[in-house]
Design a protein. Structure first.
Length: 342
């Protein structure tokens, strides 16, 4: 630990680009985050900043100035935006990127994912003003899946347009590798529904009965539930079709017990936080019941089970969408457990 001139303790300062510990202080600036100490690396010439806000908040690195590809100029200006990268830190960069995505008409969930990708690239010291730096980063990361690399490319394509006003022509191509999806037993899913607390019970039961995606269920409003007829009206996302599906009395009873804190049934905060809470409950439940199969189940697993069950009821796979959960008492329906048998 070292102490800055402002009297604030911080971690040992190293250059984000070359990891050199020989860095020089290069003045203090005042931005929306507060007072920020700037540094220069004499080894590679990279300039960066560390937050020096007089609070207990965590410290972060931000972009202060980035040279061009040849390293000849120190203050690269993006003329199309009227933006000088030397005058803006990473938080400002992310903010401008989010505004650009919103103008492009992307959905909020897509914008959130792309912004986190750009934040991750900045955290890993990728020079976003050099497309070759992005290529080198992806080529060096064998642990990142092809599908994830494909998403990173899509996110950076929008950033490239924002900075340079043109498409990224020579972007590398990655193709998502499709893998067989895990198909659980119904007993495993029922154990999860019985063991998770609070909102997770009706949430998981809804995914199982109606085949909704986690985002569709997360965005459901109270006005979408018709308790008189026992149906739910599903608003489509990602180019899906709207549909009205029946709900069981068991699920309707679970929903009635939910507190009406807002217009949404489940939405409170971020869906990612809700997912993380489910993962923690899932791990705890698997340890208590000594059922390792529970660890393989996610929100998507409930939807996978629903679609697979429906595929045994309808010959045409395109007929599965929008169909109710198969009735095991219907003599014309194959057993729901057929696909679990060897």
């Amino acid at each position: 630990m070292i102490t800055t001139n402002l009297g604030v303790e911080s971690a040992k300062i190293v250059c984000p680009r070359c990891n050199s510990e020989k860095v020089w202080k290069d003045g203090i600036r005042n931005n929306v985050s507060g007072l920020v100490q700037r540094y220069t690396c004499p080894d590679c010439g990279y300039r960066f900043s560390e937050s020096a806000v007089l609070s207990n908040e965590s410290r972060y690195y931000g972009i202060c100035r980035v040279g061009d590809i040849q390293g000849e100029s120190k203050n690269l200006t993006v003329v199309s935006l009227g933006l000088t990268t030397g005058d803006n830190d990473s938080s400002r960069t992310i903010e401008l990127y989010g505004q650009h995505l919103k103008k492009e008409g992307l959905r909020p969930s897509t914008i959130d994912g792309y912004m986190r990708i750009i934040q991750s690239l900045l955290k890993n010291s990728v020079n976003l003003l050099n497309p070759d730096s992005v290529k080198e980063y992806l080529a060096s990361k064998d642990e990142i899946t092809e599908g994830r690399k494909r998403n990173i490319i899509h996110a950076y394509k929008h950033f490239h347009v924002l900075c340079f006003g043109e498409e990224w022509d020579n972007a590398p191509k990655y193709k998502r590798v499709k893998k067989p999806q895990y198909l659980p037993k119904e007993e495993t899913l029922q154990l999860i529904i019985a063991g998770v607390p609070n909102k997770y019970k009706p949430f998981c039961q809804l995914l199982l009965e109606a085949g909704l995606s986690s985002l569709e269920a997360w965005l459901l409003k109270w006005s979408c539930i018709n308790f008189d007829t026992g149906h739910v009206n599903v608003t489509p996302i990602k180019n899906r079709n709207p549909r009205t599906l029946p709900l069981s009395q068991r699920l309707l009873h679970m929903i009635k017990l939910l507190p009406r804190e807002s217009e949404y049934l489940f939405k409170k905060g971020m869906l990612d936080s809700f997912r993380e809470g489910f993962r923690k409950h899932r791990v705890k439940l698997a340890e208590e019941l000594d059922e390792p199969e529970i660890l393989k189940c996610s929100f998507k697993t409930f939807r996978t089970y629903y679609v697979t069950s429906c595929s045994y009821k309808f010959n045409d796979p395109f007929e599965v969408q929008g169909r109710p959960y198969p009735d095991e008492h219907d003599p014309n329906v194959h057993s729901k457990r057929t696909f679990n048998e060897p």
